[in-house]
Design a protein around this ligand. Structure first.
Ligand code: NAD
Length: 457
């Protein structure tokens, strides 16, 4: 057994792990980053980046279909799924090479292989032992399935969906959360018949109910069927199709079933229990500083309870590295993490929902306004419907911003600043929004909440 000593050993080179490594190296620490695959994790290889490339292809198809409305003659000739995969791969490859270069330039030692935690608090990779004054666990998550549903050629999770060399023609999507609605949206744009089966009574149930209702309407107009409050009892695949039986006995048939019922923490087989790291339902138990119960061992990203988002992982990685370097960074407020769902229409939100605000401050303690994108010229030009909803405490700050409409993901940062800085709508109302932009819709909502609506009543 060969021993290597570093200030910091990071187990997992995804968003959370590599951010911790980069920041720690920047702060003068010697760092080993253990990764069994290519650097970049789920987000870069099987998540955020390839799915957004797929959704971009879907948007291009929709743009071609609707080209004539703006006087451009274009015809949609068809789809080449192999070329789409190649497009996704070329983007992922370039980003991976960029990341590898960055990691190398910061002097970080990348250790290729599967690591596990030993009982004397080191990371073992094959016959090598990596000791760190601090250790960061950042092993990410995996696609969950549900009992009674076996994955196969046609019953797949998002991992296999991204390497599928065909575009499904009749697809059933199990789970109307973020992954479910993103794939439903993309495949519909690429010509598939899509049915979403969601166990709760609305799509994207973690979002404000107004966003769910707006997305459900938009999907209905696009011909996507949503079966809400419906749970799958069983699913079987044959050579040419899948048959899904719902609780209650109804059946659905298609050529593909996407299982998108959440992601579980990748914490088994890492020796964590043996090393004494406390787990709860598979997640690593951490305090507000992201320390585990074992001194010197920290955890970041999808293995910690909370939002499973790459940008949360980045921030957590930076936060831990700064604490290791004896800085005193402010704890991360999960409420201020922006959330974007890249379906068409897009959803974006930050802060709390109306239901949460009512629970906290009472229905009389808050005020919310909605501004319909129909009143926003840029949205009209782009051909998107949707809305902006802003919630404030009565005579107090903005506590939630919720958006629906194509491209609204790019607008959420303004909402984030408003919520994070406890801004009152009256503070924002004098700030001029450029005309004509979609951001004016947010400006209109702030104006209305400040009691001086311009283009609304
Ligand atoms: P999710 O938790 O967002 O949604 C899963 C959905 O499946 C829920 O609505 C749940 O009610 C439903 N469900 C669960 N079991 C069911 C059953 N038996 N029958 C019917 N419905 C059932 O999970 P996800 O969509 O798989 O995404 C996983 C994680 O990845 C999430 O945390 C998500 O935020 C993250 N992610 C984020 C993005 C993004 O930010 N754009 C994109 C993809 C994934």
């Amino acid at each position: 057994m060969t021993e290597h000593t570093f200030d910091l050993v990071v187990l997992g080179g995804g968003s959370g792990g590599y951010a911790a490594a980069l920041r720690a190296a920047e702060l003068g620490k010697s760092v080993a980053l253990v990764e069994r695959d290519r650097l970049g994790g789920t987000c870069l290889h099987r998540g955020c980046i390839p799915t957004k490339a797929l959704l971009h292809a879907a948007e291009v198809a929709d743009t071609v279909r609707s080209a004539s409305t703006s006087g451009v003659q274009a015809t949609l000739g068809g789809f080449d799924p192999i070329a789409m995969i190649a497009h996704r791969r070329s983007i992922v490859d370039r980003k991976t090479k960029g990341l590898e270069g960055l990691i190398a330039r910061r002097g970080i030692t990348v250790v290729a292989g599967s690591g596990s935690l030993t009982s004397d608090r080191a990371v073992r990779v094959g016959d090598d032992l990596y000791r760190g004054t601090d250790i960061v666990l950042a092993t990410g998550s995996f696609s969950r399935t549900i009992p009674g549903i076996e994955l196969g050629e046609r019953i797949i999770t998002s991992d296999a969906a991204l390497t599928l060399e065909r575009i499904p023609e009749r697809v059933i999507v199990l789970g109307g959360g973020v992954i479910g609605v993103e794939f439903a949206s993309a495949w519909r744009s690429l010509g598939a018949e899509v049915t979403i089966v969601e166990g709760l009574d609305r799509l994207v149930p973690n979002e404000d109910a107004t966003l769910s209702a707006s997305l459900e309407r938009a999907f209905r107009r696009r011909g996507i069927v949503s079966k809400l409050g419906a749970r799958v009892a069983s699913a079987v695949e044959s050579a040419d199709g899948v048959r899904v039986t719902l609780e209650g006995g109804d059946t659905l048939e298609g050529d593909t079933l996407l299982v998108a019922v959440g992601r579980g923490p990748a914490t088994s087989g890492l020796g964590l229990e043996h090393a004494g790291v406390a787990l709860e339902r598979g997640f690593v138990v951490v305090d507000e500083s992201l320390r585990t119960n074992v001194p010197g061992v920290w955890a970041v990203g999808d293995i910690t309870p909370g939002l499973q988002l790459a940008h949360r992982g980045f921030q957590q990685g930076i936060f831990v590295a700064e604490q290791i370097a004896q800085l005193a960074p402010a704890p991360i407020d999960e409420r201020l993490i922006p959330r974007v769902t890249y379906s068409s229409p897009e959803l974006a939100s930050v802060g709390i929902t109306q239901a949460a605000a009512e629970e906290l401050y009472g229905a009389e303690g808050i005020k919310s306004v909605e501004f319909d994108l129909a009143g926003n010229a840029r949205s009209e030009i782009l051909g998107t419907r949707g809305l902006v909803k802003v919630i404030r405490k009565v005579d107090g700050p903005v506590v939630g911003v919720h958006l629906v409409g194509d491209r609204v993901g790019e607008l959420i940062t303004e909402g984030q600043l408003a919520v994070a800085w406890d801004a009152h709508p009256e503070d924002i109302a004098p700030l001029i929004h450029a005309h004509p932009t979609q951001s004016e819709a947010l400006g209109e909502a702030f104006l209305a909440l400040a009691g001086k609506p311009l283009h609304s009543l």
